[in-house]
Design a protein around this ligand. Structure first.
Ligand code: FE2
Ligand code: FE2
Length: 374
């Protein structure tokens, strides 16, 4: 059903208002009446489709009425016709300048009034349809964007949870292996953070630092495969037992092999190479210098420093100074000199970690790379 168009007639002359009103009603329009500018500005809000205003009125003239209507953004496209007895060119120009769409000269010719109102109302209807479509489209886009954003948020959340669960699992695996050997979760925390601090000092990218942080706890995972009689033996191991013990490197790398995960791949490399020595006297492969994977060379320094400074049931903890001396002496023989240098360059961070992860204070939590702001 087509809506009946509503026209607001603004004129301070009662008689003229009535005449115009009758004409417009005879064309099938509804009319609202306003006897001055103030009433016009109020009634324009009554869902009006067109305004027909006189020019010469007391208090507020027609030009001002048009200007004030146009100032309101919702009436930017509302058709306005000014009705005037002044037919001068100046007045027509002023009418256009103030924002009117058209003008009609008194006395009003009904046919002319019909043609002008019909044409402006048709134009408004087209504009309204376009505006409605734009709004519908905007709403659709907004809804779509909102639902996309929600889906994305859920995806990110699920991925984060999966990542955390995954990290938690490999950490618990590493701790399980460590517990068999009188080791502690605190050793794993300190050793992996020391490794990350050294990696940062060697200008590793943040992603690579994260990899060594998460992969280094798996260095001794192979101890799971060493028999208790050897792993927990109080006395010195004989040569045969020592060979079995050394095999924790191969067992660890086999446990971690074949994964597509960057963390497990790095874990495999570290498990295999953390007991190699710079001069080639380490195990299991006797690699020397830069043939030893860099991750393994870093973890060697981090692991030895922490083992020396940690109390175990069979030994007291060594003081830091004494341990530093051993690390320094191991330069060129046990350790990569560049890594020893970086370890000492970043000693303040190393000591910060040592203090942060003391024995008995550490829970099995996700390693947090931002915590100490390497
Ligand atoms: Fe080891
Ligand atoms: Fe260790």
């Amino acid at each position: 059903m087509q809506n009946v168009k509503r026209i607001l007639i603004v004129d301070d002359d009662d008689e003229i208002r009535e005449i115009i009103g009758e004409m417009l009603q005879s064309f099938g329009y509804e009319c609202e009446m306003a006897c001055d500018g103030i009433e016009a500005l109020a009634k324009v809000k009554l869902d009006v489709d067109l305004v027909l205003t006189d020019i010469v009125m007391s208090k507020m003239d027609g030009f001002e009425v048009v200007r004030r209507i146009r100032k309101q953004s919702e009436f930017r496209d509302l058709p306005i016709i000014v009705v005037t007895s002044l037919a001068s060119k100046d007045d027509r120009l002023r009418a256009v300048e103030s924002g009117a769409n058209d003008f009609i000269v008194k006395p009003i010719d009904p046919a002319e009034l019909k043609v002008r109102t019909d044409s402006l109302l048709r134009m408004k209807e087209i504009q309204d349809t376009i505006k409605r479509h734009e709004e519908e489209l905007e709403q659709k886009v907004q809804k779509r964007t909102e639902s996309l954003r929600n889906t994305l948020d859920e995806m990110v959340d699920a991925q984060r949870k999966t990542y955390e669960a995954y990290m938690d699992t490999i950490r618990r695996l590493a701790i399980a292996a460590e517990y068999r050997d009188e080791g502690t979760a605190a050793h794993i925390m300190r050793m992996s953070h020391y490794s990350a601090v050294i990696a940062k000092g060697l200008k590793f990218s943040p992603g690579e630092v994260e990899i060594i942080l998460q992969a280094s706890p798996m260095h001794d995972v192979g101890k799971i495969g060493i028999p208790d009689g050897i792993l927990l033996k109080k006395g010195k191991l004989n040569e045969e037992e020592w060979d079995v013990m050394k095999d924790h490197t191969n067992i660890g790398s086999r446990i971690l092999s074949g994964s597509s995960s960057e963390f497990l791949k790095a874990g495999e490399v570290i498990a295999m190479s953390h007991h190699e020595k710079w001069d080639g006297s380490g195990y299991p492969n006797g690699l020397a210098g830069e043939d030893i994977p860099l991750f393994g060379r870093i973890c060697a320094v981090a692991d030895v420093f922490d083992a020396l400074t940690t109390k175990r049931p069979y030994k007291e903890a060594m003081g830091n100074e004494e341990a530093f001396e051993i690390i320094r002496k191991g330069r060129d023989s046990h350790f990569d000199p560049k890594i020893v240098e970086t370890f000492f360059d970043r000693l303040d961070k190393i000591l910060e970690i040592q203090k942060e992860y003391q024995e008995g204070k550490v829970k099995t939590k996700i390693l947090d790379i931002d915590r100490l702001r390497y």
